[in-house]
Design a protein. Structure first.
Length: 198
């Protein structure tokens, strides 16, 4: 909601291992230019999930955020475009949301609080409510002429589909050239190329 500030999150106790992970995360992301120290009067708390992944709890900030209504396609509609295709490549974009810059002046709304201080994002983090819609908009704009011809986008997952393997190789090559030209990159370890089922 316009003018609303999310409440201040608590600073939770962390194990030594989680504290080390958090400190490394902060150092790495300050160095990359993804975050900076913040004097925001608000801030999300830091949590560690069972699998020891670091995350920020943006539920309260999300509750007062004006929602981006850009459409994210329903999965059942995406699957209908594969008709007649027999070769697929699933491409996962690397640190996808971090490629979107936060609007100047709104950085304080992404703040998170730690025992090492408060920090705010300069790029879109995972967690805030509008990140998926904003990223879908960006990728759809970049790939507009390929969509539903031989590529579909669902957030940071792209499926390139073709009738034949040779055709899929060409389609994937075109797709990769396009994303590289727009400073997007795939994460090779999460990609599945030229397979007969997904």
């Amino acid at each position: 909601m316009e003018g609303s500030l999310p409440p201040v999150g608590v600073i939770y106790s962390l194990s030594n291992q989680d504290s080390d992970t958090l400190r490394a995360y902060i150092s790495e992301n300050v160095e990359k230019g993804f975050i900076r120290p913040s004097s925001s009067s608000t801030g999300a708390p830091v949590l560690f999930a069972k699998k020891k992944d670091l995350s920020f709890y943006y539920r309260k900030p999300n509750a007062v955020t004006r929602k981006n209504k850009y459409p994210v396609p329903p999965m059942n509609q995406i699957l209908t475009v594969f008709n007649g295709s027999s070769i697929f490549s699933n491409i996962d974009l690397h640190v996808a949301y971090n490629l979107l810059k936060i609007k100047e002046g709104d950085e304080h709304l992404t703040a998170f609080r730690t025992k090492y201080g408060s920090y705010e994002y300069l790029v879109r983090p995972f967690g805030p409510t509008n990140a998926p819609a904003s990223f879908q908009d960006l990728v759809n704009d970049i790939l507009y002429d390929l969509l539903n011809i031989y590529a579909v986008v669902y957030l940071d997952e792209i499926m390139v589909f073709s009738k034949y393997e040779e055709e899929n190789v060409t389609h994937v090559s075109t797709f990769l050239s396009r994303i590289r030209a727009n400073n997007l990159f795939s994460k090779a370890s999460k990609c599945l190329l030229h397979v007969s089922s997904v």
